[in-house]
Write a protein that binds this ligand. Sequence first.
Ligand SMILES: [Zn+2]
Length: 263
Amino acid sequence: MPEGHTIHRLARQLNASLATKPVQASSPQGRFADGAERLDGLTLLGAEAWGKYLFCEFDSGDVLHVHLGLIGKFRSRKAPVPDPVGQVRLRLQNEAIAWDLSGPTRCEIISPSEQEQISSRLGADPLRSDADVAAAQEKFSQSKRAVGALVLDQSVIAGIGNVYRAELLFLCAIHPARQARSLSEDEFALLWSETVRLLRIGERMGRIVTTDPAEIGATRSRMKSEERLYAYHRDVCKRCGSGIEVLKIGGRPIWYCPSCQPS
Ligand SMILES: [Zn+2]
């Protein structure tokens, strides 16, 4: 499931491989034929992420807005570029590389002011230098909702999905059902700094790894998949061995350790 780290990594890779040059755009599947025709031959000025939203700005002023949702993928194919596989909504390519977008919940052309409207509804993005941490903290300090719900609320913090949510609250020893406003300043500060740290690791690695290499006894890139998380979707806590429990908070299940995250 793509979380904020995926989208920031994508933006970085799109900038490195496609930006500042004209791109060919097509919709092999046909569902974005008009949009692709409009983008074809334009120069990509740059791609940027805000939370789970991707914006690609073209020299016509058009902005391609993509949201991958739960199952969307934006994959690269190096030259010689093979034919599209499966339901490719949009292919962006130059002579060296193609990027194939499939299964997005959003793929549309919007204006810069529409982009601003979308961004203005989003909360602080831990991977953006302009993240408004104070605004996020203010929302926490006033909310009676469960901290597990607020962390997932994209209008408060943008970019955290269900995996990072469980792991962040685990690492901060915060029970997910606690009221958000019960967090101390230190607890919020730790939650924010851990969010930034973990999403940066995820952006760099292209996968979610939250465990400490010293604790696991392996570098992050050598960890087996079952060594990369402490609590999410586990039966027992990776740290203390207690049974992991599950609550439904914010409409989705959250896994937590009752010993490491006392209420
Ligand atoms: Zn534990």
